[in-house]
Design a protein around this ligand. Structure first.
Ligand SMILES: [Zn+2]
Ligand SMILES: [Zn+2]
Length: 389
């Protein structure tokens, strides 16, 4: 990573009153009106985010009506009004809420249409429209293992989908059986959709978090809950129906705070996912930064050195390095920041390889998971090393 890269935080998945279910979960907050403009204001001024995208549903719950034109106009006006390079980046976007898997779309500019899934039914229909209207758009699959609408990895589009949302108000979608998987009474999981399954297909994508909170508020708020007993509450209280860690947020390493630079960071997968609050992580594998891919060198066949730095505004509990779906030794942490150097001396010939999607080569991927004292978590995107089969 070059020295001038900075870490920016945002919520790329906000719902305003233009979506169904806004305020459905109760707690209609004082002082908010839930409008698209208010969502950007809240993200910037109260949640202290660097960027945000209001991504309202393209259609109604029963998918029998499309978003009202005046709502889309209000969203476009708010994104244009709030986008202020260097201070706060507001992206224009919407959610393509297909029964075949939800995806939110983030545009690179202000002059693009809403593309309802009632009209553009399949992912390839969506890709074709985006090629026409904004070939630099970002498409983000979310609640990827939700039963009845899991992400269908066979549609994965490396150009439009460099990152996937792995945590949100729904829970965590890193792998089946993770401690903060969505409450099965609320939205049971379909094991095929988890991020680890997608990586296991040989696909390459980074990790981000997103809010998906339907009350207009961005940035990982946790509704003021006392989270000291949250694991027990999550296990026992079926009324929570929400990720007790808070919603998700996304970290992006970029050269500057502009739409272009952030989108370049997303495309390079220089991203973090975090639940609730900001937890900064850097990972370096022999000079390769988060999201990178490279051919393994001769030296790397025998030995890889991974360095990790993590920092938050509360004590850290542990740092874990995940290799091809396997969690390697956890490192207990002390203090609000910690470093790890892990030397992987298992020869690549002895590592169960990840086979590429086209079956042509093998690879090994590593990513980092950090757990804080308050149980909130954060992840880096993976780094990949390729080698011949
Ligand atoms: Zn959705
Ligand atoms: Zn959503």
């Amino acid at each position: 990573m070059s020295a001038e890269m900075k870490l920016f935080w945002g919520d790329p998945h906000i719902h305003s009153t233009a979506s169904w279910r806004c305020f459905e979960f109760g707690n209609e907050p004082d002082g908010y009106d839930g409008s698209p403009a208010d969502c950007y204001r809240y993200a910037r001024d109260e949640a202290q985010m660097d960027f945000a995208a209001v991504t309202d549903h393209d259609c109604g719950l029963a998918q029998n009506f499309d978003m009202k034109p005046q709502d889309w106009e209000a969203i476009c006006a708010a994104a244009l009004d709030y986008n202020d390079s260097g201070r706060f980046v507001a992206f224009l976007g919407f959610e393509w809420s297909s029964k075949g898997g939800h995806r939110h779309v983030i545009y690179s500019h202000d002059d693009a249409p809403i593309l309802p899934c009632s009209e553009y039914v399949t992912p390839p229909d969506l890709w074709a429209q985006l090629e026409q209207h904004d070939s630099q758009a970002l498409v983000i699959p979310h609640h990827i293992a939700r039963h009845g609408m899991p992400n269908q990895w066979e549609y994965h589009n490396p150009k439009f989908e460099p990152v996937v949302e792995i945590c949100s108000i729904w829970g965590c979608y890193e792998f089946a059986g993770n401690p903060f998987e969505c409450d099965p009474n609320w939205a049971p999981s379909d094991a095929r959709g988890f991020a680890r399954e997608g990586l296991g297909c040989g696909l390459r994508f980074g990790f981000i978090g997103g809010g998906d909170v339907h009350d207009g508020r961005a940035g990982g708020h946790v509704l003021g809950w006392d989270i000291s007993d949250l694991k027990e509450r999550w296990a026992n209280n079926r009324q929570l129906k929400r990720n007790p860690l808070g919603c998700g947020i996304a970290g992006v390493y970029a050269t500057e705070l502009t739409r272009e630079a952030l989108l370049e960071g997303f495309r390079a997968r220089r991203t973090l996912a975090a639940t609730g609050l900001k937890t900064a992580i850097k990972m370096d594998l022999d000079g390769l930064f988060i999201g990178a891919q490279a051919q393994a060198t001769e030296q790397q066949y025998l030995r890889r050195v991974i360095t990790v730095e993590a920092e938050a505004n509360c004590p850290l509990r542990k740092i874990e390095i995940v290799r091809n779906g396997l969690t390697l030794t956890p490192y207990p942490c002390s203090g609000n920041s910690d470093n790890v150097e892990y030397v992987d001396e298992q020869p690549l010939t002895e590592v169960v390889p990840q086979i590429s999607a086209d079956g042509e080569f093998a690879s090994v991927y590593y990513y980092v998971r950090v757990t804080r004292e308050d149980f909130r978590m954060a992840w880096t995107s993976p780094v990949w090393l390729d080698f011949p089969l």
